[in-house]
Design a protein around this ligand. Structure first.
Ligand SMILES: Nc1ncnc2c1ncn2[C@@H]1O[C@H](COP(=O)(O)OP(=O)(O)OP(=O)(O)O)[C@@H](O)[C@H]1O
Ligand SMILES: Nc1ncnc2c1ncn2[C@@H]1O[C@H](COP(=O)(O)OP(=O)(O)OP(=O)(O)O)[C@@H](O)[C@H]1O
Length: 578
């Protein structure tokens, strides 16, 4: 029996070995992985990075034989896991040593309730009931889901489901953990807690962890090594080495590259040390840099002005914004769970508003209730013309309110990407090619004849976003729209939603992605336990927040700048070209 108490291998020993591994999916014109050589040692935490659709999940899938045993396609070369060859050992033959958390937690669930799911893997390994009981209790506490132990899995919020998926693998105590975007649905604090737990497993117990993640700002400081997948090939090195010219980089690295800091910092702590001269330059733009308590100084005005001009707040600064959608006394009860508790909220037209808050705070329930198709137990909802989306016929509702749900792929049902896009153009009477152009903006180069089922997670999301944005309803509601999207795609999505707002649309985005909020949102609404607890301009809500501050704000505080683009603009406007 395997487990964290019996480390069979010593540090420095290769536990995962890929030897000239290539993977080609059926009907794909080129291999997804090409001749990959990679060796991962006991007790390493390896972060796999790359553009959307670059092959990260495919690489992770080879590590327990999921690729090609379950995905189809041809794998050549050799993969060995603690000496076992995946050609002859199927995933179930490796379940005692490799635990896998996939990108879609729901797809991996095999039981009905939280407790059953946490116990399932251990039952398969025939662990004694007393051990199982103890580990279930520990894991419920570790992941903050003890209150949900008896809850049906289908009733959980997205982040609660992701916590259970991670927990169900931790209980089996595998020597190797493979996690595909494990924090994409977690709130920032929850993500930090999960990563701290994983790091402890690596440091204290020599567990080997391989994580693919797009939100590098959450993970990179914990990584021993970064593996980048580009065009099917991998290169690996220390985080700072790979980040020097990687195709994807977190804001702190982007800032370090811009300011030419050497060595390149990958953590906030290192960046703050390197940033003293930059803070001084920003401080020298006007009067001394001020905290929010003394706003009104020229510097703060200049810097706040930079935020406004980069987002769309300035567009409506002269007029009181018209609400694009308004909720009054809105309440949502799911059985005995009161998810939304009498919310009054006016979401302004012509702006991008972010909806943030802990896992289970009630954000998705609010979005569905605003959309008019979700549960509403009490209260009223009205769009600009006074109509209530819940009482409209589907066609009329689609013109006024559109929702991209967390489980975006539920909205795709045709058999090719091209057919989905053509239908989106036709249904919304847009010129042919509108949807395709939006898709190419978000995830370039997907063949039109590819079956949506075979898209990577980020590509699926990009397709659903493109379809919904083609329809261009008055009110656009997006539920966690950056899962699986790389930084360039997120920048383009920010541009698209700002463009919609610029044309008078109302955009409300529920998200845990603090960097996306800093880039895209004019305003932020924060929910806690079913209530709105804060609503204001983005810098006011996020800049000094422990949970929601983006990396640039942390590095450059007290300057109220949130993104690298804002830093560039502040310096350029001041004629400081460095
Ligand atoms: N079963 C399949 N058949 C054909 N093509 C596939 C299949 N699975 C994946 N692909 C393609 O292989 C490429 C790599 O997909 P993969 O899921 O490994 O990417 P990824 O880097 O994990 O993406 P994301 O960042 O969106 O999670 C994509 O272009 C995808 O469309
Ligand atoms: N169908 C349902 N039945 C019972 N409880 C539900 C149901 N849907 C949601 N809940 C509960 O309602 C609360 C709010 O869930 P909701 O999905 O709105 O949260 P959220 O803020 O969107 O969370 P996340 O950030 O994790 O996506 C949670 O405690 C959740 O468990």
């Amino acid at each position: 029996m395997s487990g964290w108490s019996d480390a069979a291998y010593g540090m420095g020993e290769a536990v995962l070995e890929l030897d000239r591994v290539s993977v080609r999916y059926p009907e794909a014109s080129a291999p997804t992985l090409r001749e990959v050589d990679l060796s991962i040692e006991e007790g390493e935490l390896v972060l796999v990075v790359g553009r959307t659709g670059s092959g990260k999940s495919t690489l992770l899938g080879t590590l327990n034989g999921h690729v090609p045993h379950f995905t189809g396609g041809l794998l050549t070369g050799r993969v060995r896991v603690l000496g076992r060859d995946t050609a002859t050992h199927r995933p179930r033959d490796l379940a005692d040593i490799v635990g896998v958390v996939g990108q879609d937690p729901v797809a991996g669930f095999v039981t009905d309730t939280v407790e059953e799911e946490l116990a399932y893997g251990m039952e398969q390994l025939a662990l004694p009931p007393t051990t199982m009981r103890k580990r279930v209790e520990e894991t419920l506490d570790l992941l903050g889901i003890a209150d949900l132990r008896a809850a049906p899995l289908r009733d959980l919020s997205g982040g609660q489901q992701q916590r259970v998926a991670i927990g169900s693998v931790l209980t089996t105590q595998p020597r190797i953990l493979v996690l595909d975007e494990p924090t994409s649905a977690l709130d920032p604090t929850g993500a930090e807690e999960v990563l701290a737990t994983l790091t402890r497993l690596v440091h204290d117990l020599g567990v080997t962890i391989v994580i693919a993640e797009h939100r590098l700002e959450r993970v990179i400081q914990y990584a021993d090594r970064v593996v980048e997948v580009v065009d099917g090939r991998v290169r690996s090195g220390s985080p700072a080495e790979i980040m020097r010219d990687a195709t994807v980089a977190p804001p702190v690295v982007e800032l370090g590259r811009y300011a030419a800091w050497s060595p390149l910092p990958v953590s906030i702590r290192d960046a703050r040390r390197a940033a003293a001269p930059l803070r001084a330059r920003l401080g020298g733009l006007g009067a001394p840099l001020l905290t929010s308590a003394s706003r009104g100084s020229s510097t703060v005005d200049t810097l706040q002005g930079v935020h406004s001009s980069l987002t769309s707040a300035s567009r409506s600064s002269l007029t009181v914004p018209t609400p694009g959608i308004r909720a009054t006394g809105l309440r949502v009860d799911h059985g005995r769970v009161r998810a939304v508790r009498g919310v009054d909220l006016a979401v302004p037209a012509g702006r991008v508003t972010a909806l943030m808050g802990r896992n289970g705070a009630g954000k998705s329930s609010l979005l569905w209730a605003l959309h008019g198709t979700g549960t509403r137990s009490a209260g009223r909802v009205a769009v600009t013309d006074g109509s209530d989306p819940a009482t409209l016929k589907p066609v009329a509702r689609r013109a006024r309110v559109g929702l991209v749900p967390q489980t975006a792929s539920d909205l795709i049902y045709l058999d090719s990407v091209g057919a989905e896009c053509d239908q989106a153009d036709a249904e919304s009477a847009k010129p042919t090619g509108t949807c395709r152009a939006l898709l190419d903006d978000l995830a370039p180069g997907i063949p039109a004849d590819r079956h949506p089922r075979d898209l990577s997670e980020g590509q699926k999301l990009a397709l659903v976003l493109a379809i919904q944005l083609t329809a261009g309803p008055d009110v656009v509601l997006l539920d966690e729209p950056t899962r699986g999207l790389d930084y360039p795609a997120k920048t383009r999505l920010a541009g698209i939603v700002r463009g919609l707002a610029g044309h008078g649309h109302t955009v409300l985005i529920s998200t845990h992605d603090v960097e996306f909020v800093a880039d895209a949102a004019d305003e932020v609404v924060v929910m806690a336990e079913g209530e709105v607890v804060a609503h204001g301009p983005t810098p006011d809500v996020v800049a000094a927040s422990a949970a929601f501050a983006p990396q640039v704000a942390k590095v450059l505080a007290p300057a109220p700048l949130l993104t690298v683009a804002q830093v560039r603009q502040a310096l350029a406007e001041a004629g400081d070209v460095g």
